[in-house]
Design a protein around this ligand. Structure first.
Ligand code: PLP
Length: 378
């Protein structure tokens, strides 16, 4: 086996999800799967397409209808100015991460990862023989600042990977900080991968890195349909960047996946056409997040204020001094409530809740957590 694989582990999130299966009355807040299903009419459309059409190999880099729908959507919604040939359709945002790291990184390059960081990035950095450099944002309550990033830049820094809205905190990077990050790109000539997969389900104003049109060759925006339209299993994502970058990225896409299933791509076109806005989903996610946050704060937890997505990043240092792995295992074994240790995102003393269940389940989970906290205090 390639020695690089020795440094990569299967995500702890899946390990806990497996442990959860032991408990029949378990309440699972571990997997980043939206609580709502994909709208029924999109499902129906994909079913009809499958039955009525012959599904052939997709066009390299994505079907034209989808590329067009994606750039129109992004430009209208977030103020970018991408053209049709500045878009590549990928197998989820995940393929976008892999393409970015494989295309741009050389051995020894450094990649800045502000923590907490989505666990899908660092393995890709390592597979390119590059070095992940973790940027501590805890002093600013995990709200990323350009000035903090700059402290970690060296002559080896090749790229920064950002997530906005963030997984696990749900926080959005402020416009003024994005402007500051753009200055860093210009000053140091570095690339930015901006993962905007939760943009469509931001609670309030969201700022895309796609708006800096003069820096398209340095900024790569990735997103997809997994979170916005609950199409996690259909595997449709996209990359937006300069035409020249796309002409290189497409080579990796061609020789690893040969594109996304045509049925899924057609479903994604329908998703943009019928549901460009997700206001009802945002309302539901926000209400659940606020309810859960208040309940946890009442019990003494410190919850980072989410501005989008469907996660809560919860500090428990007032309650226990255990490591996050120990804390989450103990909580799971005693209450059958499954949450993910903060260490999976590079930060101890916290856990992540993925709000994928009903308010009733949230109430029940809060009652169980309340008993757990009471037992610790006695
Ligand atoms: N990026 C972030 C920040 C995520 O949270 C996830 C999934 O949880 C992904 C990418 C993966 O997205 P996809 O299903 O489009 O591959």
């Amino acid at each position: 086996m390639n020695k690089l694989l020795d440094n990569i582990k299967i995500s702890e999130i899946r390990t806990i999800a497996l442990e959860m299966k032991k408990y029949e009355d378990g309440i699972n807040f571990t997997i980043g799967e939206p609580s709502q299903d994909i709208p029924q009419d999109i499902k129906k459309y994909m079913g009809e397409v499958t039955i009525n059409e012959r599904i052939c190999y997709p066009q390299t880099g994505g079907i034209p209808e989808l590329k067009k729908a994606v750039v129109d959507f992004y430009n209208t919604r977030f103020g970018s100015e991408y053209s049709y040939d500045e878009c590549l359709i990928t197998v989820g945002a995940t393929e976008g991460i892999s393409i970015f790291t494989r295309a741009l990184l050389d051995k020894g390059d450094e990649v800045l990862l502000p923590i907490p960081s989505y666990p899908g990035y660092y393995p890709n950095v390592i597979l390119s023989e590059a070095k992940p450099v973790y940027v501590d944002t805890s002093k600013e309550n995990f709200k990323l600042k350009a000035s903090t990033l700059e402290k970690y830049i060296t002559d080896k820094t090749k790229a920064i990977i950002l997530t906005t809205p963030n997984n696990p905190t749900g926080q959005i990077i402020d416009k003024s900080e994005l402007d500051g990050i753009v200055k860093l790109i210009e000053k140091y000539g570095i690339y930015v991968l901006c993962d905007e997969i939760y943009a469509t389900i931001a609670f309030d104003k969201f700022y895309s890195m796609g708006v800096y049109k003069n820096l398209k060759d340095k900024i790569v925006v990735i997103s997809g349909f997994s979170k916005s339209h609950s199409m996690t299993g259909y595997r449709v994502g996209y990359m937006l960047t300069s035409k020249e970058n796309i002409s290189n990225f497409i080579k990796l896409n061609q020789y690893t996946t040969t594109g996304v299933s045509t049925v899924s791509q057609l479903g994604a076109v329908k998703a943009i056409e019928l549901y460009p806005e997700r206001l009802d989903i945002i309302k539901e996610n926000k209400e659940k997040a606020e309810y859960f946050k208040k309940g946890l704060e009442r019990l003494g937890f410190n919850v980072i204020n989410p501005e989008g997505a469907f996660y809560l990043f919860v500090g428990y240092s007032n309650i226990s001094k255990k490591t996050s792995a120990e804390f989450c295992l103990d909580l799971l074994q005693k209450t059958h409530v499954g949450v993910v240790p903060g260490i999976s995102f590079g930060v101890d003393g916290y856990f992540r809740i993925s709000i994928t269940t009903s308010i009733e389940k949230i109430k029940e989970a809060l009652e169980r957590i309340e008993r757990y906290v009471r037992d610790i205090n006695e």
